[in-house]
Design a protein around this ligand. Structure first.
Ligand SMILES: CCCCCCCC(=O)SCCNC(=O)CCNC(=O)[C@H](O)C(C)(C)COP(=O)(O)OP(=O)(O)OC[C@H]1O[C@@H](n2cnc3c(N)ncnc32)[C@H](O)[C@@H]1OP(=O)(O)O
Length: 237
């Protein structure tokens, strides 16, 4: 089971989804370009779409209900990293025609379908992840690199929450059980300790029913040194 009692109940119980539930989450417009082309209004991808499975929608509903209690907050998700990270963390960086890796596949359902929720008091981020068919590694299962990517991003969001501008210095993953394409897993990350610029985190990837531990990870993120990071930016331009 996951670490928090607040999430525990999510892993049991029926995932039955009624037509009424489906109506509560109308599928967003199919023309992301139309939304993206409006200045100041990027498309938020962390919202239900027609590719989300019953398990994904059911879990989303349950987390959304917890946001109303104030413990959890849904993290919006855009296709450009500059829109992704709130606040001042990336302010001043030049805008480029780049895309966040996880949002680089435009078609719904074939790449990374995910939504993250932040629990700020627990310094914890949980990601509901449904890997699509273009993420295949071993036939029928998600590529280990795609699992690493979703872990890095979930754990990274947690690190950004506590330390602002950070980069992954170390990510160590044990893969225990393959993740079937199209299934839904919970990527549950938390901050273990902060020592100066170093943020240590850990993460578990579990099936929705909590019965399968797919992967475990630990990570070290380093808060960027302002003087050094200016040099890094310059060298990237
Ligand atoms: C949705 C959005 C989420 C996105 C999340 C995605 C995150 C990413 O993928 S980032 C991309 C992958 N990461 C990278 O490319 C990083 C490459 N590495 C670097 O740029 C640098 O090594 C960097 C920035 C991590 C650290 O460099 P720098 O700021 O110079 O730190 P430095 O002064 O050397 O070290 C600081 C401390 O950390 C320790 N440290 C640094 N790296 C490591 C490491 N790999 N392992 C253990 N300790 C380390 C140092 O020993 C030092 O410790 P102490 O203060 O006790 O002496």
């Amino acid at each position: 089971p996951l670490r928090s009692a607040a999430v525990g109940p999510l892993l049991s119980g029926s995932s039955g989804r009624s037509r009424r539930d489906a109506a509560a989450h109308p599928v967003p417009p199919r023309s992301p370009q139309a939304l993206c082309s409006q200045p100041g209004r990027p498309k938020d991808y962390a919202l239900p779409n027609a590719s989300w499975s019953r398990d994904m929608l059911d879990l989303y509903d349950r987390f959304l209900a917890m946001t109303k209690e104030g413990l959890w907050k849904r993290i919006p998700s855009y296709n450009n990293v500059l829109d992704h990270i709130p606040g001042k963390a990336l302010r001043g960086l030049p805008s480029r025609d780049t895309r966040l890796f996880l949002r680089s596949i435009e078609a719904e359902g074939v790449g990374f379908e995910y939504v993250m929720f932040l629990n700020s008091s627990e310094k914890r981020v949980v990601c509901l992840f449904q890997p699509g068919s273009y993420l295949e590694g071993h036939p029928g299962f998600a590529h280990g690199g795609s699992i690493a990517t979703i872990i890095d991003s979930t754990i990274g969001s947690c690190a950004i929450f506590v330390a602002g501008r950070v980069m992954t210095a170390n990510l160590s993953i044990n893969y225990m059980s393959p993740v079937p394409l199209g299934s839904v897993v919970l990527v549950d990350s938390k901050v273990d300790k902060v020592e100066g610029r170093k943020v240590f985190l850990s993460c578990k990837v579990q099936s929705v029913d909590g019965g399968t531990l797919h992967a475990e990870a630990t990570a070290l993120f380093i808060q960027l040194d302002a003087t050094k990071s200016q040099k890094q930016q310059a060298s990237c331009q």
